[in-house]
Design a binder for this molecule. Structure first.
Ligand code: PEP
Ligand code: MG
Length: 379
C-alpha cells in the first residue's frame, strides 16, 4: 500500500513537440506518451490544460491522504471517469497518474529481458516516403540487453550508410531513417545488413492508415489492394523476406483478414495486433475467438492504466500470445514501459532510436545491471 502525500501534474513536451502530462506522486514522476497513428478503439485523450486543472484540483483532493495498491488506485481512476473509454478524465490523465504510481512503488521483480524490436526505416504517418509505417529489426542472437542495444545501433548506422549511397536521407519522429527507396529495395538492404549483424526482420504495416473503407491504398508504390489481395501481398512479403513479425497487416476492424493471414503464415511469423487489440482484454478475446493473432502490442496508454494493460497481458499470456511492450511515436524521457516490460516478462519491446527511446534502452541496461542472473527472453 502507498499513502498519497503529494499528487500534482505539469506539462512537458514530447518528441513531436506536443505538450503532454507529467504527473507526480509523492515525488515520483510518470508521463503520458501519445500516438500519431492511433486506433479508433483506444482510450480517448483530453486537452492537456484541462487535464492539469483536473489533476491539480479535484483528483488531488480525491486521492490525498488515502492509501492504495496499484490496482485500487487505477480502479479509482476508472470509477471517477465513468465512461468506457476514459473520455471524461482522459486516458492521458489516467496513464500519467498510473505510471507515476507504478514508478513510485517500483521494485525489479524479474530477470528475463525483452529483445528490442527496433524501427530502422519508416514512413506513413510518422513521416517519410514509405507506405509501410515501420521496417523493424530484432537482434535475436544478443546475449545481453546491452549487446542487443549495441547491435541495433550498429545495424541502424550500417543501413543508413547504404541508404545514403542512393540519395538524401532523413529521420522521422521515431528516429527511423526516411528516404525515397522502393519497399522491395528496403527489404533487400535490411537483409544485406543482417548478413553481418544477425537480426530478424519485421514490419508494422499500420494498415488502418492505408484502408480507405474499400481498399488498402499504397500511395507511394501506386497500388490499391482489396482484402484478398492484401492477404496475398502480406503472405508474399512474409515469405520472400522471411519476416518473423507482421504488425497490423489489416485494418483495425478486419479480424477476418488477420485470421486468414495467420492461417497462412502464423507458424513462422508473429501476426501482431496493435490497432486491432488496443491493449484491451475484451478486444484481445474477440481476436482470440477468431484465431486472429499470435502476438499483441502492449501500449498502456491505449487502455489508460497499468492495471488494465496488465489484464490484457495476462489474457495474452494464458492464450500463448506473445506480448510486445511498445513505445508510442510521441514519447518523452519517461521510461515506465522499460520497467513494465521486465516485470511483466514481455519477451519483446518495440522501440525506436529517437533520444526519447534511448532513455528506455538505457533504463533496460541499468535494470540488467541490477538484476540477479539476468538473461535475454526465450523466444
Ligand atoms: C505504432 O503504430 O505501433 C506506433 C508506435 O504508432 P503510434 O504511436 O503513432 O500510434
Ligand atoms: Mg503499430
Amino acid at each position: 500500500m502507498i499513502k498519497i502525500t503529494d499528487l500534482k501534474a505539469d506539462k512537458i513536451k514530447d518528441c513531436r513537440g506536443k505538450w503532454t502530462i507529467e504527473a507526480e506522486i509523492n515525488g515520483t514522476k510518470g508521463a503520458a506518451p501519445g500516438g500519431t497513428s492511433k486506433g479508433i478503439y483506444e482510450a480517448k485523450e483530453i486537452d492537456v490544460e484541462d487535464a492539469l486543472l483536473l489533476i491539480n484540483g479535484s483528483l488531488k483532493e480525491k486521492f490525498m491522504g488515502r492509501e492504495f495498491t496499484q490496482e485500487s488506485f487505477d480502479n479509482e481512476l476508472k470509477k471517477t471517469d465513468e465512461s468506457q473509454d476514459f473520455s471524461n478524465i482522459g486516458g492521458n490523465t489516467s496513464t500519467a497518474l498510473s505510471f507515476a504510481f507504478f514508478n513510485h512503488g517500483f521494485a525489479l521483480k524479474k530477470s528475463s529481458f525483452p529483445f528490442p524490436l527496433v524501427n530502422i526505416f519508416g514512413g506513413g504517418k510518422h513521416g517519410g516516403f514509405s507506405d509501410i509505417q515501420e521496417f523493424l529489426i530484432m537482434p535475436h542472437e544478443a546475449k545481453s540487453f546491452a549487446e542487443a542495444f549495441e547491435t541495433s545501433r550498429q545495424f541502424y548506422n550500417a543501413f543508413k550508410s547504404l541508404a545514403e549511397k542512393r540519395g538524401p536521407v532523413g529521420r522521422n519522429i521515431e528516429g527511423a531513417v526516411t528516404a525515397n527507396i522502393r519497399q522491395e529495395d528496403v527489404f533487400d538492404m535490411l537483409l544485406k545488413v543482417a548478413e553481418d549483424m544477425p537480426a530478424k526482420i519485421g514490419i508494422d504495416a499500420a494498415s488502418s492508415e492505408l484502408w480507405n473503407g474499400e481498399k488498402y491504398v499504397y500511395k507511394n508504390s501506386g497500388t490499391e489492394l482489396d482484402n484478398g489481395e492484401q492477404v496475398d501481398f502480406m503472405k508474399e512479403i512474409a515469405e520472400t523476406y522471411n519476416l518473423f513479425y507482421a504488425e497490423d497487416p489489416f485494418d483495425q476492424d478486419d479480424f477476418t483478414g488477420f485470421s486468414e493471414l495467420k492461417k497462412k503464415i502464423g507458424r513462422r511469423t508473429l501476426v501482431c495486433g496493435d490497432d486491432l487489440t488496443v491493449t484491451n482484454a475484451e478486444r484481445l478475446k474477440m481476436a482470440l475467438d477468431k484465431d486472429a493473432v499470435n502476438a499483441m502490442i502492449v501500449k498502456p496508454n491505449q487502455i489508460g492504466s497499468v492495471t488494465l494493460a496488465l489484464k490484457a497481458v495476462e489474457v495474452a499470456k494464458s492464450a500463448g500470445v506473445i506480448n510486445v511492450m511498445s513505445h508510442r511515436s510521441g514519447e518523452t524521457s519517461d521510461s515506465t514501459i522499460a520497467r513494465l516490460a521486465v516485470n511483466w516478462e514481455t519477451p519483446i519491446i518495440k522501440i525506436g532510436l529517437a533520444d526519447t527511446d534511448i532513455a528506455k534502452m538505457n533504463e533496460l541496461v541499468r535494470l540488467w545491471n541490477l538484476a540477479e542472473k539476468p538473461e535475454m527472453a526465450k523466444l
